[in-house]
Write a protein that binds this ligand. Structure first.
Ligand code: IFM
Length: 763
């Protein structure tokens, strides 16, 4: 049976129980496997707790507010009674209470010693996991010890609350140990089945099923000091996956129980072991950074499912209700690189979600009077725009939300991700089947969206860029530069595919209705679009007129509890240069190779003091760019700030779920920023800037079928790359020596003054 990982650096630990922090802990300690996720609620329930289970892709219609990811019952719920007295944190005395999220094993552990008002001390120890080996399986193992008494212990497990309170589903049917539910207004069935086994055999249980089949009771007469254990296997299926979820859920339980609980747990542990092998970033010398990267990696692994190309990862993953489970640019821009380099099939599945939602993107473009595909700013199950049109602020004011209408850069962000995936994976099949169509349809959108104007240039007016403090702006530099990227790469992709896939090319052209002159038109438009770049100052103006806005002291305001947009109010913030989040600096992070370092430096220094970091996405991209610029102290400060978004709840909203985009961006800050990794046509380039205190850094990555291990040392400076498998590729240091290496080889370059010595190639 599993036991908690011995090395404490792999554990997130919460001692005691603080009602004020409970919802935050539920998010941070959530378990998941990309198919379903479960908040780490106290199994016995509590007033201050909000247990929820989410299944990816299951949304409920919520009136004018649009789709919201459905809250399903907490299948892990159970209660324990000792001599008919219910064990509760609020009754009697808590002698010990500890929850641990085991990042390495993907397991939530809880240990609880409670003295009831009659003086009986009971120890409850359990773990639960969302199997990564079989995504339809949840395992729970509960041990109950009568520490200082003999008597009757009763365990009651329930598949759902009696009235489904707190959930979005209705019960259709319940038969002993299994439950079929539906989502109102949707033609979706969700079924769960469970199987319990009592141990040890020497303590015979009494087992009863409740009249409605949703409840099971197990009781034992225990002797002083005796421990009883229940192992529970749950299965979950929906009509999205199978024709008959109830039968499949029951059959699946019946078939897997034959393997035994231990074997099911062992398969899960093995799946996590393999995933960590592909994804672990190791930092020697900075335990805080190490822990933060492990936490980020854990949640990134737990959020995505390579086997389902009709779902994507929402802004809060499967850990909470914030943003209604919707998918934003967070996925393609902030999370996808992690999957791209550690689990390419997952990256592919996420991009296929965008392929399958092209219909919604085309509809949105048409509705706004454009061609091609304009992706939903907030996307749910259909790909239709799901951004609510209004929101109620905490003070009761109602505000109009314009992002759904105006935040158009999303289309270029998706195209950017398609290009990155193709470049890193070399997956031509994906391009022919899906990627090319996304690139072309998004390019067509920009071709109709941008307007040629009398100044001889093309403009994109009335948009919202990443900085959402400024709405309805013209020529947002990020939007325009990403549109240029989209137009150019669509044209490049057509050229490459025409050359490389001669046999497939005619069919592709017919399928995407490519007109012969389109690629040239896209290139011409890309050349005509303004970017707001001033060669004299090397600055991009964030949008037309930005430089005329009022200066405000953003840096001082960062220390205040109230965010700057609340302090200044919407009108003043609009007239000010205060920026919500990385905007031009996000451009540096994404399109670094497009401009010389001096341009990135100038823009970083200009926009950094004006950025309020009012979005969780911002600090890690500042860390990434600061690291690339070699400002290691500032990079570390931003890295810490990004790491604390969930771990220290420094934005105060972790109760709604962990910030998946920020977690993905933290990984990028380490790999693209600190290690300075770039992916090129022939291989990889590194430009390490280890942060203060980081003695060593190591990480694996996958590039076009090669599996690499990068190992960096600070003092003496050294880069080692092991090519574990695959054909030859180029390994280079930025503006330094390059070499070729293939599977089974190890290449090393050592610091040489301020540069790097030639690579030594060995086995
Ligand atoms: O996508 C982000 C956006 O950039 C800022 N507001 C929150 C969204 C979801 O994380």
């Amino acid at each position: 049976m599993p036991s908690p990982t011995a090395d404490p650096s792999w554990l997130s630990v919460e001692d005691g129980a603080n009602p004020a922090r409970e919802r935050e802990i539920e998010s941070l300690f959530a378990i998941g496997n990309g198919y379903f996720g479960m908040r780490a609620s106290l199994v016995e329930g509590a007033r201050f707790s909000h247990p929820s289970t989410f299944v990816a892709g299951i949304f409920v219609a919520d009136g004018v507010m649009g789709p919201r990811r459905a809250v399903l019952p907490d299948w892990s719920h159970f209660e324990v009674e000792v001599e008919q007295e219910r064990l509760s944190l609020g009754v009697g005395r808590v002698l010990a209470h500890r929850r641990q999220l085991d990042l390495r094993q993907g397991i939530l552990w809880r240990e609880w010693r409670q003295q009831d008002p009659s003086g009986r001390i009971t120890r409850l120890t359990y773990f639960q996991l969302a199997s990564l080996a079989d995504r339809h399986v949840l395992l729970q193992s509960v041990a109950i010890t009568a520490e200082n008494y003999a008597g009757r212990i009763r365990f009651t497990g329930r598949l759902c609350p009696s009235d489904m309170a707190g959930t979005d589903v209705e019960q259709i049917d319940a038969v002993s140990g299994s439950l079929l539910m539906s989502v109102p207004g949707k033609d979706i069935g969700i079924a769960t089945a469970s199987e319990l086994q009592s141990l040890p055999a020497s303590v015979p249980p009494r087992h009863e099923s409740g009249p409605d089949g949703r409840e099971e009771q197990w009781s034992w007469e225990v002797t002083l000091g005796q421990t009883v254990r229940l192992n529970r296997i749950f299965t979950i299926f929906t009509s999205r996956d199978v024709a008959s979820p109830a039968t499949t859920a029951r059959d699946h339980v019946a078939s897997i129980r034959a393997h035994g609980f231990r074997a099911l747990a062992a398969a899960h542990l093995e799946a996590w072991r393999r995933r960590w092998e592909e994804a672990e970033v190791r930092i020697m010398g900075d335990d805080v950074a190490q822990r933060a990267l492990r936490f980020a990696t854990y949640h990134l692994i737990a959020a995505a499912n390579s086997a389902d190309e009709h779902v994507s990862v929402g802004a809060r993953g499967l850990t909470g209700e914030a943003y209604r489970g919707h998918v934003f640019w967070d996925t393609e821009v902030y999370m996808l690189p992690f999957y791209l380099l550690t689990a390419p099939p997952t990256a592919r599945a996420l991009l296929m979600y965008r392929y399958h939602t092209l219909g919604g993107a085309r509809r949105k473009a048409r509705e706004q009077g454009f061609d091609g595909a304009l992706y939903a700013w907030e996307s749910a199950d259909t790909g239709n725009e799901a951004t609510p049109r209004r929101a109620v602020l905490p003070d009761g004011r109602i505000v109009t939300i314009l992002t759904g209408e105006q935040e158009h850069h999303i289309s270029a962000d998706v195209a950017y991700a398609v290009w990155q995936y193709w470049r890193a994976s070399g997956d031509d099949t994906f391009m022919l089947e899906a990627g090319a169509e996304i690139l072309v349809e998004t390019a067509r959108f920009w071709a109709s969206r941008a307007q040629a104007e009398p100044d001889g240039r093309a403009h994109i007016r009335q948009v919202i860029g990443p900085d959402e403090y400024h709405e309805t702006v013209d020529d947002n530099a990020f939007t325009n530069a990403m549109a240029i990227f989209n137009l150019e790469t669509a044209a490049d992709a057509m050229e490459i595919l025409q050359r490389k896939r001669v046999a497939d090319w005619p069919r592709l052209c017919t399928h995407i209705h490519l007109a012969r002159e389109e690629p040239a038109r896209w290139r011409a438009l890309a050349g005509a679009l303004v970017t707001g770049f001033d060669p004299a100052t090397k600055l991009f103006e964030q949008f037309a007129g930005y430089h005329q806005l009022d200066e405000v002291d953003v840096v001082t305001q960062r220390g205040c509890a109230t965010p700057i947009d609340t302090c200044l109010g919407p009108e003043r913030i609009r007239r000010s240069k205060a920026i919500k989040q990385a905007d031009v600096v996000a451009l540096s992070a994404l399109l670094w190779e497009k401009w010389p370092t001096a341009v990135h430096e100038a823009n970083f220094r200009y926009y950094e003091p004006r950025t309020a970091h009012g979005s969780s996405l911002s600090p890690a991209f500042y860390a990434l760019v600061a690291a690339r610029l070699g400002d290691r102290a500032l990079a570390l400060a931003y890295f810490r700030q990004a790491a604390e978004i969930d771990l220290a709840n420094n934005m105060g909203n972790a109760a709604g779920g962990v910030h998946m985009g920020a977690l993905g961006a933290l990984w990028q800050a380490a790999v693209f920023g600190v290690a300075g990794l770039r992916m090129c046509e022939n291989g990889i380039v590194l430009d390490p800037h280890l942060l203060p205190g980081w003695a060593e850094m190591a990480f694996p990555l996958q590039w076009r079928g090669r599996l690499l291990h990068v190992h960096l040392n600070a003092d003496p400076r050294r880069i080692e790359v092991i090519v574990e498998k695959g054909d030859e590729l180029t390994v280079a240091v930025l503006e330094g020596p390059a070499c070729s290496a293939r599977g089974g080889q190890r290449v090393v370059s050592r610091g040489n003054g301020s540069g790097w010595a030639n690579w030594e190639v060995g086995q």
